[in-house]
Design a protein around this ligand. Structure first.
Ligand code: NAD
Length: 391
């Protein structure tokens, strides 16, 4: 079915359900979601995630209003810049933002002949800054049905894992003062790692809040045996932990954490860490799932507002072929329901539909294995929609 026909039918069904729920006096949420389809496979995968959200709205009686904005290459083509002030204003006015991905082929696309501040990625950095998104969440889940894609030994992957990396996104080494100087004819480069207690406290609060919604364990990762910034990190995290007696806190050094992620990933629930450690550990955690098309992510600010996007890029090599895996974007939409709207049952319903479709053996090309049924991007979206039930 074409996306247009789907949205027409879904809208009529949704209007009917909305009226019924209103009559029954069930709490109805009206949610305004700004969508950034972006570039490459972005528009294809966002269309499927919207289908899933429309179905959730009709099943649970919510009202969802979508508005698209341009960012990245699509915005460069239309306006000459990767992000306009108008697009930022629309994103700020929404309750949450759902994004596909931005960027093109970095060797052939004309976007990469532009100065760095006009390239697609500048749009992403710009919107993160404008929306003050300081907390990055990257879940790494190994589904039983995809355990074969996990590069770890079977005795480890057999236990499965479901962890989430909570990474500080706007401070630390990547944002500290830096310079390169010459001293006595020798070049010297200096990068500065700075965190103040407020920056640490706000990310720690997010980490504990989210652990409370999960299995109630925080592993705070630092290098407190060497770095002052890590010692302050540990002190503030311990202070925050006092407000969450139901959450267990443990500390782990970053080098040990890197080893534990491949030795025993099942031990982790929420890994809370600073910017650079989180950058490295979240990529490591993604790789141990083995399935790039399945990995969701979210970036949150001080309120419940967030930008939700798959962890992968715009995959220009498969764009427009209807073969991309939309599940990472669909799972990002589930995170939006859970973390921005507190709609945990609705998020559970989306995640259950993903598990069901995998259990029935449907796979896009990237996660295909012997004996399974290969489907395209839009068919996968239709399957997910049809497996969503009220829990
Ligand atoms: P990529 O993640 O786009 O692709 C890597 C490989 O994984 C490709 O072979 C691709 O076909 C495959 N792949 C990715 N997502 C898939 C999906 N959903 N289904 C099936 N296969 C999938 O990484 P890349 O090729 O290094 O980057 C391409 C572009 O994306 C670049 O311009 C890069 O800057 C951009 N990018 C954007 C974001 C973002 O928008 N947040 C993140 C990473 C990369």
């Amino acid at each position: 079915m074409s996306s247009e026909a789907f949205f027409d039918i879904a809208f009529l069904w949704y209007q009917h359900s909305y009226a019924v729920y209103e009559q029954k006096g069930v709490e109805i949420m009206e949610l305004h979601i700004t969508c950034i389809p972006g570039d490459g496979i972005g528009p294809e995968i966002v269309a499927e995630a919207k289908k899933v959200l429309v179905k959730i709205a009709s099943v649970y009686g919510h009202k969802m209003v979508f508005e698209d904005i341009l960012m990245g290459g699509a915005s460069i083509d239309a306006y000459g810049v990767p992000l306009t002030d108008e697009a930022v204003a629309k994103a700020k006015a929404a309750d949450a933002v759902l994004m596909g991905s931005i960027g093109g082929d970095t060797t052939t696309s004309p976007w990469y002949k532009l100065p760095p501040n006009l390239r697609p990625e500048a749009g992403l950095l710009g919107i993160r800054k404008a929306l003050n998104l300081f907390a990055n969440l990257r879940p790494a889940v190994l589904y039983d049905e995809l355990a074969g894609a996990c590069p770890l030994k079977e005795e480890i992957s057999g236990q499965g894992f479901d962890l989430l990396i909570m990474r500080e996104l706007t401070g630390g080494l990547y944002f500290g003062e830096r310079k390169t100087i010459e001293e006595n004819g020798v070049l010297k480069a200096i990068d500065t790692l700075t965190y103040d207690e407020n920056e640490i406290r706000r990310i720690a609060v997010k980490g504990f809040d989210i652990a409370r919604k999960r299995r109630g364990k925080v592993t705070s990762v630092d290098k407190a045996n060497v770095l002052d910034s890590s010692r302050l990190w540990r002190k503030v995290v311990e202070e925050v932990a006092k407000d969450y007696p139901e959450v267990t806190l443990e500390h782990m050094l970053v080098d040990n954490c890197a080893m534990q992620l491949v030795k025993d990933p099942a031990q982790f629930d929420v890994i809370l860490t600073e910017n650079m450690f989180g950058d490295i550990l979240s990529d490591e955690a993604s790789m141990v799932t083995g399935s790039i098309g399945m990995l969701a992510s979210a970036s949150l600010n001080d309120s419940k507002f967030g930008l939700y996007e798959p962890s992968h890029g715009s995959a220009p090599d498969i764009a427009g072929k209807d073969i991309a895996n939309p599940i990472a974007t669909v799972l990002s939409a589930a995170m939006m329901l859970r973390y921005s709207f507190d709609l945990d049952r609705e998020a559970d319903a989306v995640e259950a539909a993903v598990k069901q479709v995998l259990k029935e053996g449907f796979r896009t090309g990237d996660i295909m294995s012997e004996g399974c049924k290969r489907v395209g991007c839009s068919e996968m979206g239709d399957l997910l929609v049809s497996r969503i039930n009220r829990l």
